[in-house]
Write a protein that binds this ligand. Structure first.
Ligand code: SD4
Length: 291
């Protein structure tokens, strides 16, 4: 069995490519990197990689992470500017014995030293979004942070190895230096080839209160299916936040176990995700929050 699952419709083209690679016997890491890079490279996806929406200082700061489910090695970058494929830098960092998570300038120095492609990630289109949103925020006295998504993926190859990755520009108009859940182990992602993996998208400041990716893997280890684990983790934590604070931010998670079974849960109106397995061609699903 093999398979790959990803947050949001934007992952479809990358998943289609990765599915073919897995079908042809590629390892989960190469397939995963190809799939995430496809999202990072596509300029019209405005919350990941090139064309990602900028922070309040009109700079594109990106977060990304990589986890190898066999060795449990992790690499992550946060608030990195001017590099084309943060997920590849995160993958490389996962191979280092220490210094696995680098932020800002440190991450950029590492990327430079290791020959990663430098690129201005701010597009004309993103600048227009920025100016429009600024105007709207002022005129309507809104909070700025609307418009954000993360691509998160988990995959399984024919040999039973698993990997997970995330990549995002985070919240639109976030503060300079703000880091969300996406590069944080256990919150934005987690994978263990002996069990399965999960990744998150939504409001990082709430997702990392619940360490929801790890929680889903833990529940799968206890014997829950990916679907049961996602529903329990998201449902219970949504309740906790409502009880403690009266509301919960957006929480959407996907999961796959090491048998290629998959699941998803959300507390928002509409959450799309993409799955491909040995028995399922790449397919986009849409789930709605069930009160
Ligand atoms: C963050 N979780 O930076 C990311 C953004 C996101 O749907 O996934 N939004 O908080």
């Amino acid at each position: 069995m093999f398979g790959i699952i990803a947050t949001w419709r934007m992952a479809l083209e990358g998943i289609t490519e990765a599915d073919q690679m897995l079908r042809d016997g590629a390892n989960c890491q190469d397939a995963l990197e190809t799939a995430v890079r496809a999202v990072e490279d596509f300029e019209y996806y405005k919350s990941v990689g090139y064309g990602g929406l900028p922070n309040e200082e009109m700079q594109v700061e990106l977060d990304a992470a990589w986890m190898d489910g066999d060795t449990l090695s992790i690499g992550a970058v946060a608030a990195i500017k001017d590099y084309a494929n943060p997920v590849s830098i995160a993958r490389k960092l996962s191979l280092e014995p220490v210094n696995n998570m680098l932020v800002g300038e440190g991450a950029e120095k590492y990327a430079h030293k290791n020959g990663f492609e430098r690129k201005n990630m701010l597009t004309e289109r993103a600048k227009i979004h920025y100016h429009n949103r600024m105007k709207e925020v002022k005129e309507l006295e809104l909070k700025p942070y609307s418009g954000h998504d993360t691509v998160g993926m988990v995959d399984l190859d024919m040999d039973g190895s698993m990997a997970a990755a995330t990549s995002t520009s985070g919240l639109f108009m976030k503060r300079a230096g703000r880091v969300g859940d996406s590069p944080i182990s256990g919150s934005g992602f987690y994978v263990d080839s002996e069990v399965g993996g999960a990744t998150a998208t939504g409001l990082g400041e709430d997702l990392f209160k619940g360490c929801l990716s790890y929680e889903i893997v833990r529940l799968m280890k206890e014997g829950l299916t990916p679907q049961e684990a996602c529903e329990k983790a998201v449902g219970d934590f949504d309740e906790v936040l409502k009880k403690r604070r009266g509301k919960a931010g957006d929480l959407s998670l996907i999961a796959m176990n090491n048998k290629g079974e998959w699941g998803c849960a959300t507390n928002i109106e509409g959450f799309s995700f993409v799955v491909a397995t040995e028995n399922l061609k790449p397919t986009v699903f849409l789930v709605k929050f069930d009160e």
